[in-house]
Design a protein around this ligand. Structure first.
Ligand SMILES: NC(=O)NCCC(=O)O
Length: 485
């Protein structure tokens, strides 16, 4: 095979030309022709999945000078499906779906065009009559994502142009990440390594001029709550004065970005107790407020109630420079009233920073955030951590499973959902990732006007029911078939 690389310059000085590749050299790909300037980057364009697989990890070497080569990730199949992200990998990375980073990528590669169109219409919905289009991300971000090995995708939710209001477009992002060091390394090193990694992805978000960004649940630490060992409490820190807050305050200020930081909080002024908390940092680096996780899982290995209490901060909405946001932390996504409460308080974007594993919740994942966005007429950013975290000592969770040392696979797959039932594809199931979305917040009101959910909600009826339900003498309203024995 002689693969033909259509050379498209990413930098004017790279020049044009067609570069022919040599078969069989997967690690180093030698361009036969000259013309690439020292240190410049070559873009290998639209050469199809097969070829991209073969050169995915290559370097273009020219006269002994190493030039980083990038694959144009918009393959024909991805382009048809309107999705960004990597093509199928050469081998099947652990955590991949048959080698693909997401179901969307798998379908894009396998379905014929007409079937893919219909599948995408239903799986992703339409925004303004079509799939949410991909954003043109700056070239430097694509190249950062290659260099630092994280998935990056961007999409743009539109709203109808209004006569009385200007569009309110906010660039929003979520980050999903693995832990960097093994859980056996010194805690400080583990935490520092994660912070460095996340800083790099926040820098990429800043290069894309992101306004609001949310990190994953308990992002500074391994998700060690499965173990029930108290040593992991050492990762807890003050929401106001902790290292991670100060670190993000500096970044928020530097990048003029609102940053939501979900951490394990130690409340020094109340007996050192722990909470699962999201700290909301304003774009000037100040703390706007915090929200503590309302619902704590008692399912599978999610032994989180061993560590912290149900939150006591209600369902606050934080009015930021860019819009009204709220945070529904992880397991709270199974509670429709929790979502509702953020909506009643006026949220326009609700983040759902999570940590959950494939065996437990993956079929729920694409539905829950999307449903919340639809039911409450706001945008949702659903974030899940990624990777498999192994702990030094085996644990059981009283569910009949053999003792084991890992939680299972955190399947990433972070995405955005919009009030009009459209959504983005997912980030990778096995790689760190940055998902960016432009969202016109005017869409929230437009969808309320169209569907009238708040208007037709009959809240007073449910308020009566709930009031009765929490009383000791509550009797369920059941009308029995008189013919039943
Ligand atoms: N972190 C957390 O609350 N996980 C619970 C599992 C789930 O909600 O899928």
């Amino acid at each position: 095979m002689h693969a033909v690389l259509a050379q498209q310059s990413v930098d004017a000085s790279v020049g044009d030309g067609v570069y022919e590749g040599r078969e069989g050299d997967l690690q180093r790909y030698e361009a036969r022709t000259t013309g690439l300037a020292h240190g410049k980057q070559a873009l290998i364009k639209n050469v199809g999945d097969q070829f991209c697989r073969r050169v995915a990890a290559c370097y273009v070497c020219l006269k002994g000078i190493c030039i980083s080569a990038k694959i144009d990730r918009v393959t024909e199949s991805n382009k048809r499906a309107g999705i960004m992200g990597d093509v199928k990998a050469e081998e099947e990375p652990s955590g991949s779906l048959l080698g693909f980073p997401s179901l969307h990528h798998l379908l894009a590669a396998h379905l014929p065009p007409a079937a893919l169109k219909e599948a995408s219409r239903l799986l992703r919905g339409y925004n303004g009559g079509d799939l949410v289009p991909a954003l043109q991300l700056p070239e430097c971000i694509i190249s950062m994502s290659k260099d630092f090995k994280f998935d990056v995708q961007g999409y743009s939710f539109k709203a109808r142009r209004e006569e009385m209001r200007s569009p309110r477009v906010v660039r929003t992002a979520v980050i999903q990440n693995k832990i960097v060091l093994p859980t056996t390394e010194p805690f400080l090193d583990q935490k520092r390594a994660i912070m460095n990694r996340v800083e790099c992805m926040i820098d990429a978000a800043a290069k894309a001029s992101v306004n609001i960004l949310c990190l994953q649940e308990a992002w500074t630490m391994p998700f060690a709550f499965c173990t029930r060992e108290k040593t992991w409490c050492e990762f807890a820190e003050s929401a106001e004065q902790g290292k991670s807050t100060m670190f993000l305050q500096a970044l928020a200020k530097k990048h003029n970005m609102v940053i939501v930081s979900p951490i394990l909080e130690r409340d020094k002024s109340h007996g050192d107790i722990l909470w699962n908390t999201a700290v909301v940092i304003g774009n000037n680096g100040h703390i706007i407020g915090k929200h503590r996780k309302n619902h704590i899982p008692r399912v599978g290995d999610f032994n989180e109630s061993t560590y912290y209490m149900e939150g006591n901060t209600g369902n606050p909405v934080f009015e930021t420079a860019y819009g009204k946001i709220a945070v529904n932390i992880c397991y709270g996504r199974h509670h429709p009233l929790n979502w509702l409460a953020f909506g009643l308080n006026g949220a326009e974007i609700v983040f759902n920073p999570s940590a959950t594993v494939g065996d437990l919740s993956e079929p729920m994942w694409p539905i829950e955030a999307r449903n919340a966005a639809i039911a409450n007429s706001y945008y949702v950013g659903a974030i899940n951590r990624v990777g498999t975290e192994v702990f030094p000592r085996a644990f059981t969770s009283g569910d009949g499973k053999e003792a084991h040392t890992d939680f299972g696979h955190f399947y990433g797959s972070s995405y955005f959902a919009s009030p009009d039932a459209s959504c983005t594809p997912c980030l990778s199931r096995f790689q760190d990732g940055l998902m960016i979305a432009d969202m016109d917040l005017n869409l929230c009101q437009q969808v309320k006007d169209k569907w009238g959910f708040p208007m037709t909600a009959r809240y007073e009826k449910y308020a009566h029911l709930l009031k009765a339900y929490i009383r000791e003498d509550f009797k369920p309203q059941v009308i029995k078939d008189p013919l039943l024995p």
